[in-house]
Design a binder for this molecule. Structure first.
Ligand SMILES: [Zn+2]
Length: 352
């Protein structure tokens, strides 16, 4: 991953975009994509779509979702403590003791997630896992009025953002799910344009995946693609306590994961596999028996159906503040999608 591309990834990860509040991160996507795309548009739902070679008859859509898990301020109590609703599938254990940021119209308000200290927990309380109702955000307010001067009901909250490089090209950050995918689809368009395209490519940074696969639905309807590939994270099984008998042998750094199963068009799936082999792109294979819990699902069911593929990025600690990926997997996924787009003949058919 070169300097500019790495900076783009860091910018994506250091900018907030809680589901429904994606505008800040979408500005980052727009600014980067505008430097090479033919056109960059934002639809009324908030999806940002960067286009290359739009005059071609065959339309290919790449989807990565830009929204991230977060919290919404839902109540301020008399003492000025904030209570919240969760946005997306949080494990409450991951929130205890976190530094957080409330993103207000007037800027950032730092806070911490509080819980009763271990000394004060009864023996019974110690045995049960943390409950969301037992957590609150402390911004240091002196009372309700002081808190209400700083934040409004409905302001979004993230855990403290930041990109951390570990050893061997592994990096961790909140929102790696799915800023890593946004990076891949935008970067794939840039690389495909450089190589030369005969189809039209629409790289979508879609909104609201974490709250019900919503943005890809509206984006796909608007783009009306023939082929659609979703890029999202998937569970790596190369860390303690995760069972490969459940999710397959998936390791960080062994390449993007190409899915096979009912949510995948067989021609698209086979094309991805044979291209990866022909181009020497490291890759892994995973089974997806039913409808997937990510954007390949609404993508496949858009209008009269779209020929879909699913390319996944191995990820440890999904839906936590320390989601870890291998940067090389992102790079290889961008190469794979670029190769896929450049290899498509304009009369390609995907009827199984
Ligand atoms: Zn995701």
């Amino acid at each position: 991953m070169n300097g500019t591309a790495l900076e783009f990834l860091k910018d994506l990860l250091e900018t907030p975009g809680v589901s429904g509040y994606e505008q800040p991160v979408q500005q980052v996507v727009r600014a980067y994509a505008e430097s090479f795309a033919d056109e960059v548009t934002t639809d009324v739902h908030g999806n940002v779509v960067a286009v290359g070679n739009s005059d071609a008859d065959l339309r290919v859509m790449f989807d990565g979702h830009c929204d991230q898990l977060g919290l919404l301020v839902s109540h301020i109590d008399k003492s000025g403590f904030l209570f919240f609703q969760t946005v997306g599938g949080w494990d409450p254990q991951q929130l205890v003791g976190q530094r957080v940021t409330v993103w207000t119209n007037d800027g950032e308000v730092p806070g911490v997630v509080g819980r009763k200290a271990i000394h004060l927990l009864s023996p019974e309380e110690r045995k049960v896992v943390a409950d969301l109702k037992g957590l609150w955000i402390d911004i240091g307010a002196s009372d309700a009025d002081d808190a209400a001067d700083a934040v409004r009901i409905g302001d979004p909250v993230t855990v403290q953002l930041g990109f951390q490089e570990l050893r061997n090209g592994i990096a961790a950050a909140p929102a790696m799910d799915d800023r890593a995918g946004v990076w891949v689809v935008i970067e794939a368009l840039r690389r495909a344009k450089e190589k030369g395209l005969s189809c039209a490519v629409y790289a979508a940074s879609s909104v609201q995946e974490e709250i019900g696969l919503r943005g890809a639905r509206t984006a796909a309807f608007g783009i009306d693609p023939h082929v659609g590939i979703a890029v999202d994270v998937t569970h790596a099984t190369d860390c303690p306590k995760v069972d490969p008998r459940q999710s397959g042998d998936i390791a960080l750094g062994d390449g993007p994961v190409i899915a096979r199963g009912a949510n995948i068009n067989p021609r698209v799936g086979e094309r991805l596999l044979s291209l990866a082999a022909a181009e020497d792109i490291p890759h892994q294979v995973a089974a997806q028996a039913g409808s997937a819990g990510n954007n390949v699902n609404p993508l496949q069911l858009s209008r009269a159906g779209v020929a879909t593929g699913l390319v996944q990025l191995p990820n440890r600690y999904m839906h936590s503040p320390v989601e870890a990926v291998a940067l090389a997997d992102l790079d290889h996924a961008a190469d794979l999608l670029a190769a896929f787009a450049c290899d498509l003949e304009s009369d390609a058919t995907f009827v199984p």
